[in-house]
Design a protein around this ligand. Structure first.
Ligand code: 5GP
Ligand code: ZN
Length: 115
């Protein structure tokens, strides 16, 4: 899907809203979460607009794979081999931005199961 003019992350991708970008990939972009929940909290997003991880994976499997490899790249760049990669899917579990994004969290102990 092409950019959605009303989508916050499409605006960040377009450069219309500033963000602290940590990785600028061909098909993905990674930037720091504005409200970090761990010492490292980066969002990895596909440049192409889609509502959630499954929709992105269906649209372009190679692009979706790049989200996972980008998560590893950005975590390693900050010295973390261990990190959590989370895709909230649906408002009922806390998704608030309906443009696919993987949360990359690292740098503190994390409970399981998640709250
Ligand atoms: P969700 O709740 O949809 O899984 O995650 C959305 C994330 O986007 C939240 O962690 C929230 O802090 C982050 N966020 C919301 N608005 C902005 C923004 O304008 N800039 C950045 N960098 N992150 C944002
Ligand atoms: Zn979007």
């Amino acid at each position: 899907m092409s950019a959605d003019p009303d989508c916050l992350f499409c605006k960040i991708i377009a450069g219309a809203i500033p963000a602290e970008i940590v990785h600028d990939g061909e098909r993905t972009l990674a930037f720091r979460d504005i409200n970090p929940q761990a010492p490292m909290h980066v969002l990895v997003v596909p440049r192409a607009h889609a509502h959630n991880a499954a929709d992105s994976a269906e649209a372009d499997a190679a692009m979706f794979a790049e989200i996972a490899t980008t998560a590893r790249t950005v975590a390693r760049a900050e010295g973390y081999d261990d990190y959590r990669l989370v895709f909230n899917t649906g408002a009922g579990v806390g998704q608030t931005v309906f443009h696919t994004h993987g949360h990359v969290l690292a740098g503190r102990p994390m409970g399981w199961p998640p709250g």
